[in-house]
Design a protein around this ligand. Structure first.
Ligand code: ATP
Length: 537
């Protein structure tokens, strides 16, 4: 049973969404015009947070390893890319429409309904007839009359005034996904709906000029594989990574930024030798530690390696292992070319959902591009004298979903007691210092004392080249701390009269406050930069 003190799931999510707007993490896109469904803007704090997340990922992929290089490709690419990748023909979700309201649902997301279904063969009115069959599902205990009311609305919309329903029959129905959960109306049969946004390139809107906004960043990496290979002096196993926007015309955007129509991805394609070539590779001349990549590793070992690496990375930015779950796709769920896919899931307040997918994709993508472009995608391995199309392991993560997970993970409400014994609720965003939008707040104790302000501005300028600093002199110091708690700023530095030497032994020292413990310590101004830098890197 759930703990009665535990806030209800939606209540928690509502608080998070409201804080995001109030503090400028996330705004609805085009809000002044009523918004546009599935699109979001990041405000000042959100923009910093998102940038820090992307920087941390990019650094972990490129700067901290020598076997991965970066790419920054265009969003609109040759439409043949999407034919080769299969997106033109198969990148679709099954959709259904409500026959009454026209509201569209993803067929696999309609909640099953039980009750009594009432079927009609048609309706007549004033000599006119409509022979379109229709049905309505009403919940158990509800009278037939409520089904008839909906059915009359349906036939009225078909042009019959005051319709008389024909051929009513009823049937007890269990767990059906054929009806609109909101009004009981029958839905259309599922039809595939391609999720790619279409546009035209050039001044003529003709079929020949159709292009798509990329629905993923990965395909550009495959398309540029040969160029990167030539210039980077890499050889398999090696990776190409990219961060960038992707677009999907999702049927039901939902759960705040979790499922949007415009989002960002961080994707790595890690190219490996086919198993038989890897097995024939000569052993390394130097001993390699256990768990570190071995020349003979096949796809299974590389796949597991990347799952472990990615979890380590999530931990390094503050998502602990116990907030994550893993879902190994079942054989019947895998794409036909995939050998294995693991989804890394996060326990969001609205349910445990995917953050990242890590797929072993074989040589499918490069082989397809070789076929469609007519350009060879092979690699010649000097060591084993083998010529092969590399296989690939693909860790593919969503920036926006991760930012949302980090926000949900950071959000806490704590009851605290002040010096006067008064209790209050402190809202605090416990971001890992590495990704926190602002690293340190700098506060003169009082704003009307020029000597305090001057010193505080000096401290701000000292810290600025090393980290994002927020200078705040407005209001009581306690209130200023609380504002930074809500922004998730891990450190606060206060300049008081002791800093100026009121107690001579404290000259040039400041109070350093830690967000999570609210503990305050006295440190010298000289120590500040090395101390804080060590905590935010
Ligand atoms: P889902 O099943 O949730 O639609 P998917 O399995 O289709 O996602 P992939 O194609 O594997 O997703 O995309 C890789 C990553 O891109 C996902 O793990 C997710 O983090 C992100 N992503 C995909 N679609 C969206 C979206 N509509 N909004 C935000 N992020 C997304």
């Amino acid at each position: 049973m759930s703990d009665p003190k535990e806030p209800k799931v939606n209540e928690r999510m509502e608080k998070i969404v409201s804080l995001c707007k109030r503090r400028g993490f996330v705004f609805q896109s085009s809000e002044i015009y009523g918004g546009i469904n599935g699109f979001w803007d990041y405000g000042p704090l959100g923009a910093e947070l998102k940038r820090n997340v992307k920087d941390a990922w990019w650094r972990s992929m490129t700067q901290q390893r020598d076997d991965i290089v970066g790419l920054d490709a265009s969003i609109i690419m040759h439409p043949k890319i999407w034919e080769a990748s299969g997106h033109t023909s198969t990148f679709s979700d099954p959709m259904v429409d409500c026959l009454l309201t026209k509201k569209r649902f993803r067929a696999d997301q309609v909640d099953p309904q039980s009750g009594t279904a009432y079927f009609y063969t048609g309706a007549t009115a004033g000599g006119k007839t409509c022979n379109e069959p229709y049905s309505v599902l009403v919940p158990p205990g509800k009278p037939a009359e409520s089904a008839r009311k909906i059915a009359c609305q349906f036939y009225t919309a078909r042009g019959l005034e005051n319709p008389e329903l024909q051929g009513e029959r009823s049937e007890v129905t269990k767990d059906s996904t054929r009806y609109n959960p909101e009004n009981g109306s029958l839905l259309t049969d599922p039809r595939p709906f391609n999720l790619m946004f279409k546009t035209y390139v050039g001044p003529v809107e003709s079929q020949d000029n159709v292009a798509y906004l990329r629905p993923e960043t990965a395909q550009a990496i495959f398309a540029q594989f040969k160029n990167v290979l030539e210039v980077s002096r890499q050889k398999p196993p090696f990776g190409i990574c990219q961060i960038g926007k992707a677009f999907r015309n999702e049927i039901n955007p939902r759960n705040f930024t979790f499922r949007s129509r415009e989002f960002e991805q961080m994707e790595l394609e890690f190219f490996i030798k086919p198993d038989e070539v890897a097995k024939a590779s000569p052993a390394s001349t130097e001993p390699i530690a256990e768990g570190q990549p071995q020349p003979q590793w096949g796809w299974k070992e590389w796949h597991q390696y990347w799952v472990d690496e990615r979890v380590r990375w999530y931990e390094s930015i503050g998502l602990s292992r116990n907030t994550l779950e893993f879902y190994w796709q079942k054989p019947e769920e895998l794409a036909h070319y995939a050998k294995a896919t693991v989804d890394i899931l996060y326990q969001f307040p609205f349910g445990t959902q995917e953050l990242e997918g890590i797929a072993a994709r074989g040589d499918f993508d490069l082989t397809q591009h070789q076929k469609f472009s007519g350009k060879p995608m092979e690699y010649f391995d000097e060591e084993t004298k083998a010529r092969f199309v590399p296989h690939v392991i693909e860790p593919s993560a969503g920036v926006d979903r991760l930012v949302l997970a980090l926000i949900c993970n950071a959000f806490q409400e704590e009851t605290v007691t002040d010096e006067k014994g008064k209790t209050e609720v402190r809202t605090v965003m416990k971001f890992h210092p590495r990704i926190a939008p602002i690293k340190v707040g700098v506060f003169p104790l009082l704003k009307n004392r020029p000597e305090l302000v001057k010193k505080a501005l000096e401290v701000r300028d000292l810290l600025r080249p090393h980290m994002s600093v927020f200078y705040d002199e407005a209001g009581a110091i306690g209130r200023r701390y609380r504002r930074q708690d809500e922004a998730g700023t891990p450190f606060g530095v206060t300049i008081d009269f002791d800093t100026l030497g009121e107690k001579p032994e404290l000259l040039n020292t400041v109070t350093l406050r830690e967000r999570d413990t609210m503990k305050q310590t006295r440190v010298t101004i000289e120590e500040l930069v090395p101390l804080l830098v060590s905590k935010i890197r």
